[in-house]
Write a protein that binds this ligand. Structure first.
Ligand code: PEP
Ligand code: MN
Length: 344
């Protein structure tokens, strides 16, 4: 860390900063420039705890040099990682399609959605049994009954299951059925949940908080990694902006930025970003083009009757178009689709 002193900082101000830093067991090196004085800090700066260096008299700025998210950072792990989910890879050089219903409603609906997804090229099945709904009156998911349906549909289709866990107390239960645990945008800074999934022994898909900066997103991933689990896939799912035409604004640039900062795979959720069926394919193309390692897409056999997020679910003809995109675009960009596209 480097403390940049203001142009009118006195030597007393500099000495006060040095005293605070040294009291915390961190070494301070003072460089007096022509215009400004800079204090370089060497050692474990976390020992400074809650000391507000920026608030001290004469301090213009305090800049961290080493990355705060060490385990997920490329500083310590230059090569990008591949995460395997039930044997299916998500990582550099390829595109993985995760698809299925927003919520598990019935066995038949989940099976139909899974088969539609598989035909379009999906190698992983998504589906929520525990739903984090904004309204307490909305369908909250089937809970364990939904997890059982997902496990049955996995048997029938061979697709490993990605499903959300919303509460730290449910992690062991969800992990006993799921191949990958999803942490949703509303829980992206639920630190107890992040720590619990870090200990669950299953890969984790971490969605970006809807108002989280990329750094906050990576720090959330660090909570999981710090508990010993590095099988984390980051998911950009759109952020809150002033725009109301879309459910969220897909932050396309977050994909290469996160990939540059972190070795973890980064996927995109075009369904929850746009929130509209007609935007899913254009946003999927954008995601693949910008370098996403996969996409997660809502699919429903009868969106008009869906208990959750029907307006953004793909159906019938949409899936043929999706299959077409997956057959051609990754290849054109020198990448491969994980698995086969069955649909013609
Ligand atoms: C979901 O994937 O069903 C979901 C709730 O997503 P998000 O957390 O991104 O809103
Ligand atoms: Mn949803």
């Amino acid at each position: 860390m480097v403390i940049v002193m203001g142009q009118d900082a006195t030597s007393g101000d500099v000495e006060a900063v040095v005293a605070v830093v040294e009291a915390a067991g961190v070494e301070a090196f003072v460089s007096r420039g022509v215009q400004r004085t800079i204090v370089g800090l060497v050692g474990d700066v976390s020992q400074l705890g809650s000391v507000n260096l920026r608030g001290m008299r004469g301090v213009a700025d305090a800049v961290r040099i080493t990355t705060p998210h060490k385990l997920v950072s490329r500083d310590n792990h230059p090569d990008r990682s591949t995460v395997h989910v039930g044997g299916v890879p998500i990582g550099p050089g390829s595109v993985t399609l995760i698809a299925g219903p927003c919520a598990v409603e019935t066995h038949q609906q989940t099976l139909d959605a899974a088969r539609m997804a598989q035909a379009a090229g999906a190698t992983l099945l998504r589906g929520g049994a525990f739903k984090p709904r904004t309204s307490p009156y909305a369908f909250q998911g089937l809970g364990e009954a939904g997890l059982k349906i997902l496990a049955e549909v996995r048997e029938e289709t061979g697709l490993p299951v990605v499903t959300e866990v919303v509460d730290a107390h449910d992690v062991a239960l969800v992990a006993s059925y799921a191949d990958m645990l999803q942490v949703g945008t509303r829980n992206a800074q639920n630190f107890a949940l992040l720590q619990a999934v870090g200990e669950a022994g299953k890969p984790v898909m971490l969605k970006r908080g809807m108002s989280a900066t990329i750094e906050e997103w990576l720090m959330a991933a660090e909570y999981i990694a710090q508990r010993g689990n590095l099988d984390i896939v980051l998911c950009e799912r759109g952020i809150r902006t002033f725009e109301t035409a879309t459910r969220n604004t897909l932050d396309v640039s977050a994909v290469p930025v996160a990939q540059r900062l972190s070795h973890l795979p980064v996927i995109v959720d075009p369904s929850h970003s746009g929130g509209r069926r007609d935007l899913v394919l254009p946003l999927t193309r954008a995601a693949i083009a910008v370098g996403a390692d996969g996409v997660i897409i809502d699919v429903h056999p009868n969106p008009a009757q869906a208990l959750c997020d029907g307006p953004q679910a793909l159906v019938d003809g949409d899936l043929e178009e999706l299959a077409q995109v997956l057959r051609t675009l990754p290849q054109a960009l020198g990448r491969t689709l994980v698995g086969d596209v069955l649909a013609v």
